[in-house]
Design a protein around this ligand. Sequence first.
Ligand SMILES: [Zn+2]
Length: 381
Amino acid sequence: MNFTRISDVRHVNRYRILNTIATHEGISRAQIAKTIGFNKVSTGEIVDGLINEGFVSEGEKLRSQSGRPSTPLYLDRNRYTIVAVDIGIRTISFALVNLKGELLRFERIPAPASPTAEELMALLIRHIQGQIQRVSEERKIVGIALSAGAQIDRATGTLLHHSQWDLYDVPLVYTVNKYTNLPVVLENNVIAMIQGEIWFVPELNDRRVFYVNWGEHMNGALYDRGRKVTPEMLFGHIKVRETGLCSCTGTGCLEAVASGAALERYSSRGNSVKSLALEAQEDQTKQSILKEASRALADALITTSAIVRPETIIIGGGISMLPDIYLETIRERFSTNCPPIVNNGITIERSQLKERGGIIGTAVLALDEFVFHRSHISGIS
Ligand SMILES: [Zn+2]
């Protein structure tokens, strides 16, 4: 099943009904018809079709206030499964995710230091096939989603250029599809994170959002009310300080001051930012390193805000899970130093998906592309 084009009204109505059930669990056929302004007979037919396909299930009959019986409808979350692959620089994560966007299985492996295209593809296919074999027979895999910190051509499914590895023009979608016979989608990892965030926080769809991926490396992208996304930004290379040698050979880039790669060397126990944050609870020097990183991030956000004018800034990625005091440091620095003409009520929030944003966001690409088509249909409440 692969609907890549919505060519007829019936498909659109089917997607609207499927999305309405997914976002209003327990809704009845009559309520759906009312919500989307559609006649009851056709709504009933489409719902029955969705039940037969295994996307929707019925709950126990209830008596409504009018005394007429109504049957609550639910998304049958576990009949269909997505394979999601988040290709990071340090680690590659593989997951099975259900229709509700819940993790069923998660596996993380170390990434090769600087793989060739052939090495990367062989490794991906081996592990994806391993995941597929673990899916029980009564479940069906609808598709595979891949994301990477790279320039991507979504239309052809090609990794055009990787930011850290020496990879150019890798036909990832073609290759993975050839070895699995499943539909495959590929996207930039920050765009995947934004799409994941919007999937679970639909209000963001109407906003201008700047999303920061604060992880091993730093990047950001702008989402503009469903219209435009700019993944090409070099957010991590905004100059925020006078010292600190960056991997790009520049000096004082945000990346060199606040990225996971820059911070973890200060951790004595576990060589990770997580353990640095634990050590910082009793070590003022370490706490000030993390606070300084937070202020540097705020400084880069002030510069970015003057140019892209976001309404909301969302901080995601592994390091966004630092204790609240650091989020407060970012907010405080931002509100103190951001010129009022730029800061017209900009809110800074932590990602709702927490450190799972990368893998869940990736799965959402496939949920949208192969099942729900939510980004293509408008008017879903
Ligand atoms: Zn740099």
